[in-house]
Design a protein around this ligand. Structure first.
Ligand SMILES: *Cc1c(COP(=O)(O)O)cnc(C)c1O
Length: 459
């Protein structure tokens, strides 16, 4: 018998979690205004809200924590991180920041002006927030296949080159500060971008003189998909693939809470000294001095190790095979999910799951609350609540997809936990006809409302 695949690590520290009753959960979610962000973590049994900052660090990372250098200026931890970034991505200029959105804030303070147009592949919500906050516009150029969950396409994160070219032709060069390529593309379902697409985008961008920035939270998972799915990459190492990917970028922002496998932190990196010089001013103002920028020395040390571990094929195989273990269980039971399965999460197609719930009643949020009640599992809505209102008309924006995202923290849960998640969803799927009404909004913030929105049941 061929020996099956298993994780390339074992566990040496555990954290207890509490399995609540349905009655307790009904009480808690009502008090939380049916917003899963308002729950206390003890009220959640299996937490798939996000894979951001929720992973488990390795013994090597914890060892690096102990040797962190907390000097204000010039700490060795900064240089450990800077060297790792240069070695992996090839960028000679790097600024640490407290997390990914801070990298966006610093870089966009340099590059984005009022009235600008920023094309990309389904910009992440904080990215879009930082663009719109500056009264600029994010234009989604993702391929159409990304919005049909029934189509199997190996690289649903790809940018549609015709859509991109149309934007580049329509607006003058000085109005387009950059193109943002998000690897993997979170908003379209953790879907990868192919190497060919990165190469083509860079070529097109060069022809129009526009810089390309990679939003890099899940760069290693993207590289793994290239290795699996793209011709000519099967025998390359993940580190070789990453190096080629970033040869097609002029700079990057990164939340290190994902593929950095640390609990907090981020960075921006680039080739251009003129950007770096301007960015340092904002970094000092918003984040901290150049050699720590919002991170402790121990965190920079752990990140330097995390980036190394995340770019090993064995780690990525363990990581992504767990995501696919859950996804395949759901597929076998007929639950509609985004195909093919992505890297960090399973995206359940809530519109096909709950066809009776009206779009104005927040379909994916309805499914997220039902799953919490059923199994104590916390997922997150990636649908109309997240898409927010149009900044001009203030009407709800209805996105291409209504997803319930089940994001899996790195090295944190076992496949037994995944079995519980699958069983909870399958139970709901079997009685989906009984779920017919959703929610209405009681109160909401003017921007990024999904974090704090309060909801009321429609009856
Ligand atoms: C998480 C994330 C961000 C923002 O990073 P934070 O660390 O949460 O501030 C930006 N872009 C992408 C693609 C992300 O996944």
């Amino acid at each position: 018998m061929e020996l099956p695949f298993a994780e390339n690590y074992r566990i040496k520290m555990v954290e207890p979690i509490y399995r609540s009753t349905r009655e307790e959960r009904e009480n808690w979610i009502r008090k939380a205004d049916y917003n899963l962000f308002n729950l206390r973590s003890e009220q959640v049994y299996i937490d798939l809200l996000t894979d951001s900052g929720t992973g488990a660090m390795s013994d090597r990372q914890w060892a690096a924590v102990m040797t962190g250098d907390e000097s204000y200026a010039g700490s060795s931890s900064f240089f450990n991180l800077k060297d790792r970034v240069e070695q992996l991505f090839g960028f000679e200029y790097m600024l640490p920041v407290h997390q990914g959105r801070a990298a966006e804030n610093v870089l966009f303070s340099v590059l984005v002006k009022e009235g600008n147009i920023v094309p990309g592949n389904s910009h992440f919500d904080t990215t879009k927030g930082h663009i719109e906050f500056r009264k600029a516009k994010a234009v989604d150029c993702t391929i159409d296949e990304a919005f049909d969950t029934t189509i199997d396409h190996p690289f649903k994160g790809n940018i549609d080159l015709e859509k991109l070219q149309l934007v580049l032709e329509t607006y003058p060069k000085d109005q387009i500060p950059m193109i943002i390529v998000t690897v993997t593309c979170n908003t379209s379902g953790g879907q990868p971008v192919s190497m060919q697409n990165m190469r083509d985008v860079k070529q097109l961008a060069d022809a129009y003189g526009i810089p390309v920035i990679f939003d890099s939270a899940r760069f290693a998972e993207n590289a793994w998909f290239i290795k699996q799915r793209e011709e000519g990459y099967a025998d390359k190492t993940i580190k070789e693939i990453v190096r080629e990917m970033y040869s097609y970028a002029d700079g990057m922002t990164m939340s290190s809470k994902k593929d950095g496998i640390v609990n907090i932190g981020g960075l921006l990196a680039m080739h251009r000294k003129d950007w770096f010089d301007q960015a340092t001013v904002y970094n000092i103002m918003y984040e901290g001095f150049l050699t720590y920028g919002g991170m402790a020395g121990r965190d920079m040390n752990a990140l330097a190790v995390g980036l190394d571990e995340a770019t090993e094929a064995e780690y990525l195989e363990a990581r992504i095979s767990q995501v696919h273990y859950l996804g395949n269980k759901l597929i076998e039971a007929g639950v509609p999910v985004q195909r093919p399965l992505g890297g960090h999460a399973v995206f359940v197609d809530a519109r096909r799951f709950l066809p009776a719930v009206p779009q104005e009643e927040y379909i994916a949020q309805t499914l997220a609350v039902e799953l919490y009640l059923e199994a104590g599992v916390r997922g997150v809505e990636v649908g109309t609540l997240l898409a927010d209102r149009d900044p001009e008309t203030h009407e709800n924006r209805y996105p291409g997809n209504e997803f319930l995202r089940l994001a899996i923290p790195r090295r944190t849960y076992t496949n037994n936990h995944m079995d519980v998640v699958a069983a909870g969803l399958i139970n709901l799927f079997e009685r989906r006809d009984t779920i017919r009404r959703g929610f209405k909004i009681e109160h909401e913030a003017p921007i990024m409302r999904h974090f704090t929105v309060g909801l009321k049941k429609v009856d």
